[in-house]
Ligand binder design. Structure first.
Ligand code: HEM
Length: 134
């Protein structure tokens, strides 16, 4: 008998709808960041062309949600906090990031329980990315 493990179709990745759903979520996230006046401060931290950022976040979230570890396969260990150190990220920046992600999730994730779990986990991750007191 093998140990009980999470079967692939119960991962958040599968529950969301796999690759097309994660891609659509990330696309909407950066559209919102690009257009909402409330996220202007973090938009300015990003390159003018957001397509590279979109690809990287998609690859990261794919693995983070329990799907293929695309980011790790291409770039190695995420070291996500270290990769964010060049950018000044305080409470305001983390809140702006979550504002965009929360709206994208509200539009793309119908399952309330799943959306709530992801909101909590991503809020923690955004807080972890802070490297400034403000
Ligand atoms: C807390 C607020 C955050 C801000 C202001 C922020 C900002 C940024 C910026 C400016 C970049 C560089 C853009 C680029 O390389 O194209 C970046 C890269 C990235 N961010 Fe964030 N980020 C935040 C939170 C997060 C969170 C919570 C995650 C994960 C869920 C995340 C995942 C990534 C990934 C995977 C990259 C690419 C890293 C690389 O390969 O260098 N970020 N972020």
């Amino acid at each position: 008998m093998s140990e009980p493990t999470q079967t692939p179709d119960t991962t958040p990745y599968a529950m969301l709808g796999g690759e097309p759903a994660v891609r659509a979520l990330v696309k909407r996230f950066y559209e919102l960041m690009d257009t909402l006046p409330e996220s202007y401060a973090i938009r300015k931290l990003h390159p003018q062309d957001l397509s590279g950022s979109e690809d990287k976040l998609f690859m990261f979230l794919s693995g983070w949600l329990g799907g293929p570890q695309l980011f790790v396969e291409k770039f190695g260990h995420p070291r996500l906090r270290a990769r964010h150190l060049p950018f000044s990220i305080g409470g305001e920046e983390a809140a702006q990031w979550m504002l965009c992600m929360r709206q994208a999730m509200a539009e793309h994730i119908a399952d309330d329980a799943l959306r709530g779990r992801l909101d909590k986990a991503l809020t923690d991750l955004a807080e972890f990315m802070r490297n400034q007191g403000g």
